[in-house]
Design a binder for this molecule. Structure first.
Ligand code: FE2
Length: 225
């Protein structure tokens, strides 16, 4: 195997690992050129407050179909120190289980009032909060009947690094058979949000999802695969 690219871990129901593993030896990019490949910005983007509310495209437009939910939590390092001013990017399927993405060929209904993309910065305590629509589960592989449970994708960007994770909902009947959940093993518990009463009549529920970067209680990031 010497000279080949790293072998990606193969999960019990994941037959794409082989396809994603490079067949040719990797080539080292010259150091000078490597620098220019890294998207790095010292300046955090200016965000619109509306980007934290994914339930409508603009304040004066109708609310998307489905149940509006609040998601909140704290971003910390492995020692519990808050990670401030970090960009969280969020994306999730609509209430029907459809992404607003050209590669989603499910044929499920699109919602003209839901884009499914949001951004928010953590505050001085590392805390964040956003609103979205509770996503629908979706049949990811109709050929083998494989479902993805309800989940929300999130990326955490700091400097030149980007960590990507997924928040799960407790008691989703599709959780147990989810290929990602199987790969996560015991770490799955770190990625299941805790439900709470959001305290607003127009919000169906709130979900607490603390994100821990590093350490024994770390959130599971797809970068770990
Ligand atoms: Fe997804």
């Amino acid at each position: 195997m010497t000279g080949l690219g790293r072998l990606l871990s193969i999960g019990p129901t994941d037959n794409t690992s082989r396809e994603r593993t490079p067949r040719q030896p990797l080539q080292l990019i010259p150091e000078g050129a490597r620098e220019s490949f890294v998207p790095y910005s010292r300046v955090q983007p200016a965000l619109l407050s509306a980007e934290a509310d994914m339930t409508r495209l603009a304040a004066d437009l109708p609310r998307a179909a489905g149940e509006a939910i609040e998601v909140s939590g704290q971003l910390t390092d492995e020692f519990g120190r808050p990670l401030r001013g970090v960009l969280l990017e969020i994306w999730n399927a609509n209430t029907f289980g459809r992404y607003t993405h050209k590669e989603d060929a499910s044929g499920l209904p699109l919602d003209p009032n839901f884009l499914g993309l949001g951004r928010v910065l953590t505050d001085q305590d590392g805390k964040y909060r956003f609103l979205t629509i509770r996503p629908g589960a979706y049949l990811a592989r109709p050929d083998i009947g494989r479902w993805r449970p309800k989940h929300i994708h999130m990326s955490v960007r700091g400097g030149s690094s980007r960590l990507v994770t997924q928040m799960y909902f407790a008691n989703d009947p599709h959780n147990d058979g989810d290929p990602m959940r199987i790969l996560m093993g015991d770490a799955f518990k770190h990625n299941v949000a805790g439900e709470y009463d959001a305290g607003q009549p127009d919000l169906a529920a709130g979900y607490r999802f603390d994100i821990v970067v590093g350490g024994r209680n770390a959130t599971f990031f797809e970068n770990d695969l």
